[in-house]
Design a protein around this ligand. Structure first.
Ligand code: COA
Length: 356
């Protein structure tokens, strides 16, 4: 039988503590380290003029791209990813064996099976943590970040490595000027970990992620051959159906519309006005897409971080590369608010809002 406790009795050591004046903010997730890797070889628009029916003037004016990086012979997607990962781990100050999960956003992995993530895990020396690829093309990094955020936020994982990597130069049709001039190779990585209570209370960390897909637009950007629908055959090879096909204008229109709407969703979900943003680190696909999004959201281009002139469209790698460069250049400062948004094949798109 329990003894009744008078109001003046001191609380027993195992009794429930009285409620705090203010409920503690649940711990969240944040990016604790970033890194990127791009291949050494630079291919300029002028160099492309020699092999493709194009011009430096057309590419610069229509896309903002001046040059891109192309992987060396023998260099693998997993090599680039592993190097970006090592740099992100070093910047986070943790070791590979502390990782609870590896997510690799890619559509150009080393081979269809197993995942590129499995090779990355082995190359960086992370043991046994679940490692998988995520197919959301250019939105792959935002999708991966969204998943990592959920795992860390719920306490199911402490440290998640999110990589965006593409070796697109090996799956482009170098005779198709409407696609081959646009893309480049590279890798970017971040480590997602928990916020401290102090940071959570100060509203820092990953504030929101939103991801979307509209499968009706799948035909606008695809690699039609080489999968189970059109298995490899002489015909697939001859018609180059194992390479990237794109209806550029359809993708362009979808990008402007959906990057803006996903950005608005992110801002609305935390009650933030676009004017309060410090930086937009958007997918680097085309400078005209960024300008159109800047117009729609009424955020000046001076707040967009842009490096498309150096790398072209590196698909899922573009945001983590841009993020790492923006941090290294001292552009993104502690306490600042950063919006990220990306769109790619699927059509899949998404956004993430972070207070650094
Ligand atoms: N060099 C020279 N001329 C080119 C060219 C090139 N590399 N690529 C296309 N052209 C030509 C076309 O053949 C066309 O010629 P025509 O008028 O004689 O038919 C003309 O330029 C205009 O083509 P168009 O497709 O209307 O150009 P555009 O202004 O829409 O720009 C893209 C094309 C691909 C740059 C643009 O649509 C785009 O960026 N789309 C989104 C791509 C993207 O982001 N994809 C990845 C998803 S993240």
């Amino acid at each position: 039988m329990s003894t009744p406790v008078s109001k003046s009795d001191p609380p027993k050591s195992d009794s429930v503590p009285p409620p705090r004046a203010q409920a503690p903010v649940k711990p969240g997730a944040k990016i604790i380290g970033t890194g990127h890797y791009t291949p050494e070889r630079v291919v300029s628009n002028v160099e492309l003029e020699k092999t493709v029916d194009t011009s430096d003037a057309w590419i610069t004016e229509r896309t903002g791209i001046k040059e891109r990086r192309i992987a060396a012979k023998g260099e693998l997607t997993s090599d680039m990813a592993a190097e970006a990962a090592r740099r992100a781990l070093a910047s986070a100050g943790i070791t590979a064996d502390q990782l609870d999960m590896i997510i690799v956003g890619t559509i150009s992995g080393d081979m269809p099976m197993p995942s590129c993530a499995a090779f990355v895990q082995q190359k960086i020396g992370a043991k046994h943590c679940p490692s998988f690829d995520l197919s959301a093309a250019c939105a792959g990094f935002i999708y991966g970040l969204s998943i990592a955020d959920k795992f860390v936020r719920t306490g199911a994982a402490r440290y998640v490595l999110v990589i965006g990597v593409e070796l697109l130069s090996r799956i482009l049709n170098w005779e198709d000027r409407t696609t081959c001039v646009l893309f480049g190779d590279g890798a970017g990585a971040v480590v997602v970990g928990p916020t401290t209570e102090e940071e959570a209370n100060a509203g820092r960390g990953i504030l929101a992620t939103h991801i979307f897909t509209d499968g009706a637009l799948a035909p606008a950007l695809l690699i039609p051959g080489g999968g189970s629908r059109e298995p490899f055959s002489a015909e697939v090879l001859e018609k180059k159906r194992h390479l990237v096909h794109m209806a550029g204008q359809d993708v362009f229109k979808a990008a402007v519309r959906y990057l803006a709407s996903a950005s608005r969703a992110a801002l609305a979900s935390v009650g933030l006005d676009a004017k309060e943003l410090d930086w937009v680190v958007a997918h680097q696909a085309n400078i005209r897409i960024l300008e159109a999004v800047s117009n729609r959201l009424e955020i000046p281009m001076s707040r967009f971080y842009v490096n498309i002139h150096k790398y072209g469209n590196t698909s899922s790698a573009s945001i983590p590369i841009a993020l790492d460069e923006a941090l290294a250049e001292g552009k993104i400062q502690e306490g600042q608010t950063v919006l990220m948004c990306a769109l790619g094949a699927g059509i899949s798109w998404g956004s993430a809002l972070i207070r650094w």
